[in-house]
Design a protein around this ligand. Structure first.
Ligand SMILES: CC(C)(COP(=O)(O)OP(=O)(O)OC[C@H]1O[C@@H](n2cnc3c(N)ncnc32)[C@H](O)[C@@H]1OP(=O)(O)O)[C@@H](O)C(=O)NCCC(=O)NCCS
Length: 375
């Protein structure tokens, strides 16, 4: 067999079929199981979106109620996980905390070695229910505060904010978080989802797949970009400085976090909603600086580089005006994307083949071994 031409970054390489997510990078369209993200944002909730991603169809009211209940009743963290969180260094990167804590959740799951079609959706539900609680618990534990137990009467997004801040969020904040979670839920074969699929394609377990996804999401070229965006806005610090700051950064050939995308060559449809949320929440809390700075940065980067804002750009200012610590933005991405990872893991398991590409070897071929004392 002859080897193909190497393609750095696997750009535009199609490695499998999938029925979960469709992206049209030229038209800026995003569909989950055939449903336009704009329709889902207008009508659905995060829980309904997760059901759709996992099952392929929209739930009936009864099915959605049952699914909400299943997620809500499993939100509570096992005490051993809380003890583990308390033993972590308080300055630990929250993504490292997520990676380790999810791995530990796997060790405590009695079904970890059961890869049957029945057990895997149950495990996916437990993971999805507990990851948001992990983010909120760590946010408090690292500040020496007691974690707030979940309230199963609330939806996942509202309860996440309540566990984070210790008080019920405003209706707008809860709706904004619910929408943000829906927008981050899945995105076809992005790097972390691919990592998750590669892992389970060896017949490894679902937790290992999710942990692989977390590791891949951490990097600043992927989910870590939202932390990079808020750091940039904080460095700019003032609306009046934004234009000069970003022009200078571009002149220095800096990579601007929150812009550009491997697949979209036009507006990322997720950014359209997050831009609106950033403004609405800024207005609610009476602080539009971060939104206004973002608008200026977006205008200049678009005019000078032709690059569009991606999902990470306006999520940063949205979370910031909610009062969320910047380094939690990528873990919040985890709390949402875990739904997509698990949807893809279930799909991979339903029709598995080991994922094992080749590299074109460019190293030496006839090196002569020199005994160690003669080197
Ligand atoms: C997302 C990203 C990694 C996609 O990268 P990619 O498809 O591999 O594209 P490349 O890195 O090869 O970039 C192509 C060109 O656009 C430029 N470019 C891409 N994104 C850029 C950015 N955010 N800021 C400045 N220039 C950028 C590159 O410098 C390169 O220019 P060149 O051809 O003159 O060297 C890239 O756009 C990026 O690094 N963005 C910032 C990080 C980010 O927001 N990630 C979250 C994605 S949802």
């Amino acid at each position: 067999m002859t080897m193909g031409t190497p393609n750095a970054g696997l750009e535009d390489v199609v490695v499998s079929t999938s029925e979960i997510c469709f992206i049209d990078g030229e038209q800026g369209r995003l569909l989950y199981r055939g449903y336009d993200i704009h329709d889902l944002v207008a009508h659905a909730s995060f829980e309904e979106t997760v059901y759709l991603l996992w099952h392929g169809t929209l739930p009936s009211r009864k099915e959605l109620d049952g699914f909400r209940r299943a997620l809500a009743t499993q939100r509570r963290l096992p005490p051993k996980v809380l003890s583990l969180l308390k033993s972590f260094p308080r300055k630990a990167n929250p993504m490292d905390v997520m990676r380790t804590a999810v791995s530990f959740l796997g060790m405590l799951d009695p079904e970890i070695e059961d890869d049957s079609r029945e057990a895997n959706p149950r495990k996916a539900t437990r993971i999805q229910a507990r990851v948001p609680t992990l983010v909120a618990a760590w946010a408090r534990i690292r500040k020496g505060k007691a974690p707030v137990p979940p309230d199963p009467r609330l939806g996942l997004a509202a309860d996440f904010l309540r566990m984070l801040f210790g008080k019920k969020p405003s209706a707008l904040a809860a709706k904004a978080m619910d929408t943000a979670l829906m927008l981050h839920a899945d995105h076809e074969l992005n790097a972390s989802t691919f990592a998750a699929r590669v892992t389970v394609a060896t017949l490894s377990d679902i937790y290992s797949g999710v942990v692989s996804g977390i590791g891949a999401l951490k990097g600043p070229l992927h989910g870590g970009a939202n932390v990079g965006v808020i750091r940039m806005l904080l460095e700019i610090g003032d609306v009046d400085r934004a234009e000069a700051w970003i022009k200078n950064a571009l002149a220095q050939k800096k990579r601007i976090m929150g812009f550009g995308h491997r697949v979209y060559h036009t507006e990322d449809p997720r950014a359209t909603h997050l831009r609106r949320l950033s403004e609405a929440l800024g207005r609610e809390v009476g602080d539009l600086r971060w939104y206004e700075m973002s608008r200026i940065v977006e205008r200049v980067v678009n005019a000078e580089k032709g690059l569009h804002a991606n999902v990470d750009f306006y999520s940063a200012s949205t979370y910031y005006v909610m009062g969320i610590d910047p380094d939690l933005y990528t873990p919040i991405f985890v709390a949402s994307r875990v739904s997509g990872w698990t949807a893809h893991i279930l799909e991979q398991q339903s029709n598995n083949r080991l994922i094992r590409p080749r590299a074109e070897y460019t190293g030496a071929r006839q090196a002569t071994y020199i005994p160690i004392d003669k080197r």
